[in-house]
Design a protein around this ligand. Structure first.
Ligand code: DAH
Length: 345
């Protein structure tokens, strides 16, 4: 005759020592208990059966509790000290000696955020691309002289066409992809509104204003009836929002193969409000970016009918924008990894 109380104590001890407590529920003692029922006097069977059920329940609960303890033990012990006070009411997370966000990363997020509020979605560029996206899709056919303006880094490896791959020299490489990606939405009546803030590379002679690795933000807007006024207003609003003040803007005709007409866009110097200072070389104006109405051939290359839709595009150097905002005198600081520079932000 098995004593249920003794058995319960024994089973509970086994559960609490086991790494696989569920096994205890299959203990042969349970079978023995059930086997015992028919041997009992019929008047005792009900009460006995109930006691067995109560026992089973108690073991099941103990197993569940033990399982929780075991699972918790698998987590790494928390014995490192947090480098900041997690109970602080101040939004001050890591102390700056442990690192801060790079000023360009932070400004890129701000730029994308302003455009986002104007309805533009953000896309990323790539660090290796092909000649089609760098040139052909942008209306620079093979042999086009303007290809040479870009001082493009190329790889030794060749693509399927036998052309070298390239490190993109402008974010315009994403114009074709962005238009193809959102073309279907355009056909449903939504404008294509994309910004691409990302890294670009040029084989430049380095000085205070030229770096081999720098950043641009490309903008692409396509819909029915888009015109130059919308381009100018969008850029002016963006710049006023970024510098937090009213600005005058100026557009001069220029040439890019992928826009027609093309413009060079200048803003009144945010430092001297156009009066002339060292930042704007006494000009009062700062040439900041290239822009224009997307060329028919570029729309066609993306499968968009230029008789039905028009669009504008712009490409703006981010480093320059940020340098002017904070009075940074040399573009090479950004990639220098100099802590003295970075800790100021
Ligand atoms: N990709 C040009 C450059 O890096 C800048 C540019 C000019 C971009 C005109 C544009 C544009 O989208 O429309 O020199």
């Amino acid at each position: 005759m098995i004593d249920i109380n003794t058995l319960q104590r024994d089973l509970l001890a086994r559960v609490n020592e086991s790494e696989t407590p569920e096994q205890v529920l299959k203990a042969p003692e349970f079978r023995d208990l059930y086997a015992q029922i028919p041997t009992l006097d019929p008047s005792e069977r009900g009460a006995f059966g109930q006691r067995v059920n109560v026992l089973k329940k108690a073991i099941e609960e103990a197993v569940a509790e033990r399982r929780l303890v075991l699972d918790r033990e698998e987590l790494a012990p928390i014995d490192v000290t947090a480098p900041f006070d997690i109970n602080s009411a101040l939004p001050n997370l890591l102390p700056s000696e442990n690192g801060t966000i790079h000023p360009l990363t932070r400004e890129i997020d701000r730029i994308a955020d302003i455009f986002n509020r104007m309805g533009f979605v953000r896309e990323n560029s790539r660090e290796i691309d092909d000649q089609y996206h760098m040139f052909e899709s942008l209306n620079f056919p093979k042999g086009h002289p303007a290809r040479d303006d870009y001082d493009t880094f190329m790889t030794v490896e060749r693509d399927q066409e036998g052309d070298p791959l390239i490190a993109p020299a402008h974010t315009s490489t994403m114009q074709n992809r962005s238009m193809v990606k959102y073309r279907e939405a355009l056909e449903q009546g939504d404008p294509i509104a994309v910004v691409v803030p990302d890294r670009v590379f040029r084989n430049e002679d380095l000085d205070a204003r030229h770096e081999h690795t720098f950043y641009q933000v490309e903008g692409i807007y396509v819909a029915k009836g888009v015109h130059v006024g919308m381009l100018i207003a969008t850029l002016q609003k963006f710049l006023e929002e970024y510098y937090g003040k009213k600005l005058e803007v100026r557009v001069n005709p220029f040439y890019f193969p992928f826009t027609e007409p093309s413009f060079e866009f200048a803003l009144s110097c945010p430092f001297c409000d156009g009066k002339g200072c060292s930042v704007c070389s006494q000009e009062g104006w700062i040439e900041l970016l290239g822009c224009g109405m997307i060329h028919r051939n570029v729309l066609k290359a993306a499968g968009i009918d230029p008789d039905e839709y028009t669009g504008f595009a712009f490409g703006c150097g981010i480093d320059r924008l940020v340098m002017m905002k904070y009075g940074i005198e040399d573009v090479r600081h950004f990639e220098s990894a100099k802590l003295d520079f970075l800790r100021q932000f």
